[in-house]
Design a protein around this ligand. Structure first.
Ligand code: NOJ
Length: 528
C-alpha cells in the first residue's frame, strides 16, 4: 500500500501556504495510522516549478520551497522509524531549462558536445523558421522551441515533449546516462527505497525524428517504448540491486496495449509499472473486468492498482459523471453527482484492494475529496492552461491542499498563522476534514482505515490468484484464496448477497441480505 504525496498540497509545515517536507514529517503518524506501507513523494528537487517540480534544476538538492537536503534526510529516517518505506520521483526524460546542463548547451552553440546532451536540431523552411518535425507537446502546442544563439541570431530548435521549460535529454548520450546513475546512487545512499520513474517510456527517441502526425492511433510513437529503453533499465536494475534491502523501480508508462509492458517486467529491468487501464476504465462491469484481466496477464502479481493521482480528475468526480472514463482534458464543465461518485468511490476502494498486487492511494482520496473545478483563472498553475490557450484548465483541481482540521484557518493545511493555501479549498471541505472524519465511523477515512487494516491481516491477498465467480448482470464477483471474496454491484438494483459465513467489510449499508447498487462487500467463507 503506497500513499502518493503531492508535496505542494499535502501539509504546510513552515506556514508559507505551500506543502513541504516539514509538513510531511509532522503527518507521518497519520500515514502510519492509515495503514500504508510506503510513501511516494512527487519531485522535491530544486526547480523553477514550471510544472510543479517536474522541471528539475538540481537533482541532488531540495527546493527551498520544500525544505533542505537535511530535512529530506531526516524525513527518510523518520519514515523508516514509523515502518514506512520511501519512494521518490525521478525525472529522467527532461530537466528544467534552468538546469546548468541546458544553460551550458545554450551558451555553447550548435554542433557542441553540450548541445548533444539534448535534442537540438536546425529548423525546416527557408530560414529554419519551422520546427524540425511535427511532434506536439503533451501539454499542447509544438514540442519544439527555437532558441536565440549566443550571437543574437534566431537559431536551432530544441525538443520538449512537455512544457518549453522542460527540455528533453538525449539518452543516446553516455554522459546523460552516467549522470543519472550517479543521481540514483546519491539518493540510494540516503536510504530511499525506490523510484517512481516519470514518463519512463519516453526517454529514447527514434534518432531520425520522423513525423508522427499521420500515424494511426495505437501505433507506437517515435518517442515512446523504443527498444533502447531496455538497456537503460537493465543498468538501473543492476545498480539498484547492488544496494541492500528490496528497493524498487516503478515505471510510469501510459502504454497501450498493456501487453507492451511485459518486456520491461521480466526480472532484469523494472519491478513494476503503473497500469492505467484500470484507472481509465468506465464504471461498468465488463470494462473493469477486462482491465483487471489484462493487467493481471501483463503485469501479474506486481500489478499496482491506481484510482487517482496528481494528473487525473479525482475519482469521486469521475464516477459521478455520465462519462466515467473521462480522466482529463475536458474543455467544458460537466454535471457531476458527487453523492453517486462518492458511493462508487467507496465501492471502488474495496474492489481495488481485493485485487492481487499493490495499491497506490493518492493523497486526499481517503477523505473523499473531489475535483475542484472553480479555481480562479489567475491562480491556475498547470502549464497545460497556458499551452492550450486557456482551453483546458488542467490538473490543479486534483492538487488542492488537503483539509486537516475543520475548525482551523485553511483547514489546518498549515500552522494557525500560515499564509492562505496556494490553491483555494472549497468551503464544503469543512465536513471532509481529516479530524472530522476520524471521529465518524461512517466516513470515507474510516472505510480506508478499516479496509487497509483488513487487508494487512491478509497478506495473501497480494499474491494469491483471483478466480471470477458467476454473477448476475451488473455484478463483479471474484474469490481469492482462503475463502475471501469480493462482490461489487455496479447496477442500480439491489442483488442478493452470495452465501457467506462472515461479512468482513461493506462499502455502504446493506439492505438485509441484499447488496444495493454501487456497493461492494468483502465476504469470508470459513473452510468446511
Ligand atoms: C508525469 C507526471 O506525473 C506529470 O505530473 C508531469 O507533468 C509529466 N510527467 C511531465 O514530467
Amino acid at each position: 500500500m503506497v500513499y502518493e504525496i503531492y508535496l505542494r498540497s499535502f501539509a504546510d509545515g513552515n506556514g508559507d501556504g505551500v506543502g513541504d517536507i516539514a509538513g510531511v514529517r509532522a503527518r507521518l503518524p497519520y500515514l502510519r495510522d492509515l495503514g500504508v506501507d510506503a510513501i511516494w513523494l512527487t519531485p522535491w528537487y530544486r526547480s523553477p516549478m514550471a510544472d510543479g517540480g517536474y522541471d528539475v534544476a538540481d537533482y541532488r538538492d531540495i527546493d527551498p520551497l520544500f525544505g533542505s537536503l537535511g530535512d529530506a534526510e531526516a524525513l527518510i529516517i523518520e519514515a523508516h522509524e514509523h515502518g514506512l518505506r520511501v519512494m521518490i520521483d525521478i525525472v529522467p526524460n527532461h530537466c528544467s531549462s534552468q538546469h546548468p546542463l541546458f544553460a551550458a548547451a545554450l551558451a555553447a552553440g550548435p554542433g557542441s558536445a553540450e548541445r548533444a546532451r539534448f535534442w537540438f536540431r536546425a529548423g525546416q523552411g527557408v530560414a529554419g523558421e519551422l520546427p524540425p518535425n511535427d511532434w506536439q507537446s503533451m501539454f499542447g502546442g509544438p514540442a519544439w522551441t527555437r532558441v536565440i544563439e549566443p550571437d543574437g541570431s534566431p537559431g536551432e530548435w530544441y525538443l520538449h515533449l512537455f512544457a518549453a521549460e522542460q527540455p528533453d535529454l538525449n539518452w543516446d548520450n553516455p554522459q546523460v546516462r552516467a549522470e543519472f546513475e550517479d543521481i540514483l546512487r546519491f539518493w540510494l545512499d540516503r536510504g530511499v527505497d525506490g523510484f517512481r520513474i516519470d514518463v519512463a517510456d519516453f526517454l529514447v527517441k527514434d534518432p531520425d525524428l520522423p513525423d508522427a502526425g499521420a500515424l494511426p492511433p495505437g501505433v507506437r510513437r517515435p518517442w515512446e517504448d523504443q527498444d533502447g529503453l531496455h538497456e537503460i533499465y537493465r543498468s538501473w536494475r543492476r545498480l539498484i540491486d547492488s544496494y541492500p534491502g528490496n528497493r524498487a523501480l516503478l515505471g510510469e508508462m501510459w502504454i497501450s496495449p498493456l501487453t507492451r509492458l511485459r518486456p520491461y517486467l521480466l526480472g532484469d529491468q523494472l519491478h513494476t509499472a503503473f497500469n492505467f487501464g484500470f484507472l481509465s476504465a468506465p464504471w461498468e462491469p465488463a470494462a473493469l473486468r477486462g482491465a483487471i484481466d489484462t493487467t493481471l496477464e501483463s503485469i501479474g502479481a506486481a500489478a499496482p492498482w491506481v484510482l487517482s493521482n496528481h494528473d487525473v480528475y479525482r475519482h469521486v468526480t469521475r464516477y459521478g459523471r455520465a462519462d466515467t472514463a473521462r480522466i482529463w482534458w475536458a474543455t467544458e464543465q460537466v454535471a457531476t453527482d458527487l453523492a453517486l461518485g462518492t458511493r462508487r468511490a467507496r465501492a471502488a476502494l474495496l474492489l481495488s484492494l481485493a485485487l492481487p498486487g499493490s495499491s497506490y492511494l493518492y493523497q486526499g482520496e481517503e477523505l473523499g475529496l473531489w475535483e475542484v473545478e472553480d479555481i480562479p483563472d489567475n491562480l491556475i498553475a498547470d502549464p497545460i492552461y497556458e499551452r492550450t490557450g486557456h482551453r483546458v484548465r488542467g490538473r490543479d483541481g486534483c492538487r488542492v491542499p488537503l483539509p486537516w482540521q475543520a475548525a482551523a484557518p485553511g483547514f489546518g493545511f498549515g500552522p494557525p498563522d500560515a499564509a492562505t493555501p496556494w490553491l483555494p479549498q472549497p468551503a464544503e471541505w469543512r465536513r471532509l476534514a481529516a479530524d472530522t472524519q476520524a471521529a465518524d465511523p461512517d466516513s470515507m477515512l474510516a472505510l480506508y482505515r478499516a479496509a487497509l487494516r483488513a487487508r494487512a491481516t491478509r497478506r495473501g491477498l497480494a499474491d494469491d490468484t483471483l478466480t471470477w465467480l458467476e454473477s448476475s448482470d451488473g455484478v463483479l464477483a471474484f474469490s481469492r484464496a482462503s475463502g475471501f471474496s469480493c462482490v461489487v454491484n455496479l447496477g442500480a438494483e439491489p442483488v442478493p448477497l452470495p452465501p457467506h459465513d462472515e461479512l468482513v467489510l461493506a462499502s455502504g449499508p446493506l439492505e438485509g441480505s441484499l447488496l444495493p447498487g454501487d456497493t461492494a462487500v468483502w465476504l469470508l467463507a470459513t473452510a468446511r
